[in-house]
Write a protein that binds this ligand. Structure first.
Ligand code: ASP
Length: 440
């Protein structure tokens, strides 16, 4: 059995919905995980924000605009009047429910309820469309089996038991459709796997069902060796190891949700990245195998904060780093990059929720400097640290100011910290030196 996940663009237009049907309707049994139609989750987040601000008129306006968009899709997608009516009723109910929610007090629970509606609508519509086209497809509601535990980790045992149970209880089908992103929390409340989390849903399901392969279908032909929105002449990488893909996803390659690789790596299930608009292209295969050495790809992550912590007493002292780390631990703030000298330590975080409290505590025993608006550029590849071509990347230092470098933390990753204003230029320069073999 395979698990295939289709992103928002893949279900975002009539043409693409029809292409998805062609891709999945090949006679093999499979589970299909869907995102919300493109633009829907952003609109739902906005509706929730407006409710929070008390701008109910604006929230209602967003609801009406979104509802109008769905009316057009339903009208074009369904030929059979009975099915069209069924789908219209379902979608109308969702929007009626949203209108009613504008009268509720804003809470995390309300936010989660609102943003879950996108996947509920896309999966209902798509299953009905497949049925109209004569495909034997069944809808498996994710909220009947997808759950996270108290640490927000997937509750694999519960997911496996319940998913297998509902597959058995349902009429046998060739294609099972389910919602990505949404889940229950440990207390049974509606929750989600964070923005972009449908990829993660797919590998969680793939792992518990011991799938042969998980496929993530998007609108690009695989993971590229550099950011295609910024740099010309990038290309899709054919093969990546789980480690390489995890580093790239974590450090900014937008094609994959950062946690997606974990369940697949643990269960050793290959993940294939494919393009819905060009199904024949090879895409990227992520597996336990590594091929080639040296820098394979570059990715960048924005909204990074660099903190320099200086202590006169660090000279020949011990225990300084412990004190620093304890503060970050206390505020549950993960550290991404770190470099040290004899009297100072510089580190980066991407979560500023507790920045003020952290800085206040650090200031009790050190001098602290905070730089916002930083980007981590991460260069990934097997044994990249040892590779004879890696020196090329340091040519970038003559053109750009690099705030921090992390080299040797892992053999597969070198990270540079630059001001976000310099990111585009850094990515272009690195591309020239590393992939186009340009020398100065
Ligand atoms: N619809 C959700 C989002 O836009 C989840 C996903 O697409 O993966 O974040």
């Amino acid at each position: 059995m395979k698990v295939l996940k289709f992103g928002g663009t893949s279900v975002g237009s009539i043409k693409n919905i029809k292409s998805v049907k062609e891709i999945i309707n090949d006679g093999d049994r499979k589970i299909v995980v869907l995102s919300a139609m493109s633009g829907t989750t952003n609109a739902l987040v906005e509706i929730s924000e407006q409710i929070k601000l008390g701008a109910l008129d604006v929230a209602i306006q967003y609801i009406e605009n979104l509802s109008a968009k769905y009316e057009i899709v339903i009208d074009e997608l369904f030929e059979c009047s009975e099915t069209k009516q069924q789908v219209s009723n379902y979608i109308d109910n969702v929007f009626e429910h949203l209108r009613k929610l504008t009268a509720e007090k804003h809470t995390v629970f309300l936010y989660n309820k609102i943003v879950s509606q996108g996947e509920l609508m896309s999966t209902f519509m798509f299953t009905k469309f497949l049925n109209q086209e004569g495909v034997n497809a069944q809808l498996l509601p994710a909220l009947d089996f997808m759950r996270v535990d108290k640490s927000n980790e997937p509750d694999d045992f519960y997911i496996k038991q319940n998913l297998q149970r509902i597959i058995h209880e349902n009429l046998p089908a060739e294609i099972y459709i389910t919602q990505g992103f949404i889940c229950l929390d440990a207390y049974g409340n509606i929750a989600n796997l964070q923005r972009g989390g449908s990829d993660y849903t797919a590998t969680i399901i793939g792992a518990v069902m011991e799938a042969d392969e998980v496929q993530i279908w998007t609108d690009i032909d695989g993971m590229h060796n550099n950011d295609p929105r910024i740099v010309d002449n990038t290309h899709a990488i054919s093969n990546l190891s789980f480690d390489e893909a995890a580093e790239l996803a974590y450090f900014g390659a937008k094609i994959l949700h950062p946690q997606t690789v974990m369940p697949a790596r643990e269960a050793n299930i290959p993940v294939r990245l494919k393009n819905t608009m060009d199904p024949a292209s090879y895409g990227t295969l992520i597996s336990e195998n590594t091929d080639g050495e040296g820098i394979k790809a570059i990715a960048a992550k924005d909204n990074i904060i660099a903190i320099k912590i200086k202590s006169a007493r660090m000279l020949l002292a011990h225990g300084f780093l412990k004190k620093v780390f304890e503060i970050f631990e206390k505020y549950e703030t993960p550290i991404d990059m770190i470099t040290t000298s004899e009297i100072a330590v510089s580190l980066t975080i991407d979560n500023d929720a507790n920045l003020d409290s952290i800085v206040e505590e650090l200031k009790k025993f050190s001098l602290v400097e905070v730089d916002n608006n930083q980007s981590i550029i991460c260069l990934v590849g097997k044994e990249v640290v040892k590779h004879h071509e890696t020196h090329r990347l340091f040519q970038v230092l003559q053109d750009l100011s690099v705030r921090m470098i992390s080299y040797g933390g892992s053999n597969n990753n070198i990270s540079l910290l630059v001001n976000t204003n310099d990111k585009v230029s850094a990515l272009k320069h690195l591309n020239k030196y590393v992939f186009e073999f340009e020398t100065v």
